[in-house]
Design a protein around this ligand. Structure first.
Ligand SMILES: Nc1ncnc2c1ncn2[C@@H]1O[C@H](COP(=O)(O)OP(=O)(O)OP(=O)(O)O)[C@@H](O)[C@H]1O
Length: 239
């Protein structure tokens, strides 16, 4: 059984091909890094996987089930969770309340949803903030909450979109630690990230895209030495 696979996934916005014939496979338990310059199609690919946008063509499979025509909530129910680059917590709910909204997916009773949410707050280091309104959190804690909220839905595949953006080095280390802990629980992860230290430190394998197309695939060392990747990021003079 293949854990997760996209086959020839393409998305056009009018004349712009934002994602162009991407076929990738993710093995259970691995962390796949997805990199590419600004506007190369990374977030759009996440939007296609979670069906925020419908495909122009191609197919997406999760645990051998075709998912590209399923509604977003069904995809989450199957076990694919995603975070957003621009985090949007429910500002007037507490941190605990926000995480409970995720937990309700699998724990419809308030008491058990609360227990699940508290377990996740402990796991993500947010327990001491449980009663704080989400809108009062720092950016670092909002990003932590974004992960906590989706972990409460118990995903088996987690899509992380620029978790380290806007964080200082210490906060970045802390975010990496949480992602490492998530992986240890057996969750498979696809991570989009511009902060190379994060991608290189966490990913088992990296796919690089540019103008919506895959330009390279390999382990972190292969990718950091790949001339196509260097050209895409820095221009011909450096390749
Ligand atoms: N809803 C949309 N309508 C029209 N064009 C879009 C839409 N969403 C994305 N695009 C375009 O598709 C291309 C890919 O955008 P996308 O956000 O996926 O890139 P990205 O690799 O995630 O960029 P970044 O690293 O800056 O977040 C860009 O040219 C973008 O302007």
């Amino acid at each position: 059984m293949k854990f997760f696979e996209t086959k020839g996934v393409t998305k056009q916005f009018g004349g712009l091909v934002a994602v162009n014939n991407i076929s990738l496979e993710v093995k259970e338990g691995e962390i796949l890094g997805l990199i590419g310059p600004n506007g190369s199609g990374k977030t759009t690919l996440f939007n296609l996987i979670s069906n925020y946008h419908s495909l122009t063509s191609g197919e997406i499979y999760f645990q051998d089930q075709r998912i590209d025509r399923l509604p977003t909530h069904k995809i989450c129910e199957l076990g694919i969770g995603r975070t957003f680059q621009v985090v949007k917590p429910l500002g007037r709910l507490t941190v605990l309340g926000n995480v409970m909204t995720g937990a309700f997916l699998r724990y419809p009773e308030k008491k058990s949803a609360r227990e699940k949410a508290l377990e996740i707050l402990e796991f993500t280091g947010l327990m001491h903030r449980q009663d704080v309104l989400a809108k009062s959190l720092t950016i670092a804690d909002r990003k932590r909450l974004e992960i906590a909220r989706i972990l409460a839905t118990e995903p088996s595949l987690l899509l992380l979109d620029e978790t380290a953006a806007g964080l200082n080095p210490r906060e970045t280390e802390a975010a990496m630690e949480i992602i490492g802990k998530v992986r240890e629980t057996g969750v498979t992860i696809i991570i989009v990230e511009h902060v190379m230290k994060v991608i290189m430190g966490l990913a088992d394998r990296i796919v690089a895209i540019n103008f919506g197309k895959e330009i390279a695939c390999g382990n972190p060392e292969e990718i950091s030495n790949n001339p196509e990747v260097i050209r895409a990021y820095l221009g011909d003079a450096y390749a």
